[in-house]
Design a binder for this molecule. Structure first.
Ligand code: SAM
Length: 244
């Protein structure tokens, strides 16, 4: 059973750790973890003790080679701090190199914030584009949003509380004032999903940046009114000014 096991972990609610994920983590010889302290808490929860190694995609090639070599001999797991490894998290380069080396690669799928948010938003799910985090700088963010404007699919983005209002305002300007949903603290105690036009959501959050982890989902183009900066109210423009 040597191989590289890609193990998804909860995005908040420990009850979402699957029995197969727990069994895999408990029996591997090594866990390559994004942050070993975070994975240590999970191991404690399931009563397992397993050697760990910190792994990031910017870890040097030697670390990656060592993990690949171990995975050719023994079972090795990859975990990230929350959710599915490789999804806005480390792992792509490790899987690429493991595949090139002929390692047996096994996925143990489970929670993913993007998919959880999509199931809650009430937006079409037949076609969606996961775009990760928008760039932090206003210029790069506007360029990224202009590219997204062409995509005929529901858009899914990760965001942080402090940047939420500015991002929603920039999205309203760049995409048109589409229907959207803000999913926050999913599977946790203060979980909520708030729906509305992008401009309404920007206005809602500009004076009260929310705490916690956030996924923005946005309707495909077509149903929304044309982008019109004049319809964006003062709070929205203030949010944009704040961000630049
Ligand atoms: N690999 C993870 C996954 O499968 O969802 C995502 C890792 S990414 C570094 C972290 C981001 O995911 C957060 O900033 C937030 O945007 C989103 N996220 C993670 N957990 C979440 C939750 N419980 N509720 C809402 N968003 C969450």
């Amino acid at each position: 059973d040597a191989g590289l096991y890609i193990v998804a972990t909860p995005i908040g609610n420990l009850g979402d750790l699957s029995p197969r994920a727990a069994a895999t983590l408990a029996r591997v010889a090594l866990i390559a973890a994004e942050d070993s302290r975070v994975t240590a808490r999970l191991l404690h929860h399931i009563g397992a003790r397993v050697p760990m190694l910190a792994y990031h995609d910017h870890s040097d090639d030697g670390v990656r080679r060592a993990i690949v070599a171990r995975a050719l001999q023994e079972p090795v797991a990859l975990t990230s701090d929350a959710g599915t490894p490789l999804i806005s998290d480390p792992g792509f380069k490790l899987v690429r190199d493991a595949r090139a080396a002929g390692v047996n690669i096994v996925t143990v799928p489970g929670p993913c914030a993007a998919i959880a948010a999509l199931t809650l938003a009430g937006l079409p799910t037949d076609r969606f584009l996961f775009a990760g985090f928008l760039p932090a700088k206003a210029g790069a963010r506007a360029t990224a949003i202009a590219e997204l404007a062409e995509i005929r699919a529901t858009l899914v983005l990760y965001e942080s509380g402090p940047r939420l209002a500015a991002s929603l305002a920039a999205l309203a300007q760049g995409l048109g004032d589409r229907d959207a949903a803000v999913g926050r603290e999913l599977t946790k105690r203060f979980e909520e999903t708030v729906t509305g036009r992008l401009s309404e959501l920007a206005t809602r959050y500009v004076d009260a940046p929310p705490r916690g982890e956030i996924v923005i989902t946005i309707a495909p183009p077509g149903a929304a009114p044309a982008a019109d900066a004049e319809t964006l109210d003062a709070a929205l423009l203030a949010a944009l000014a704040d961000a630049s």
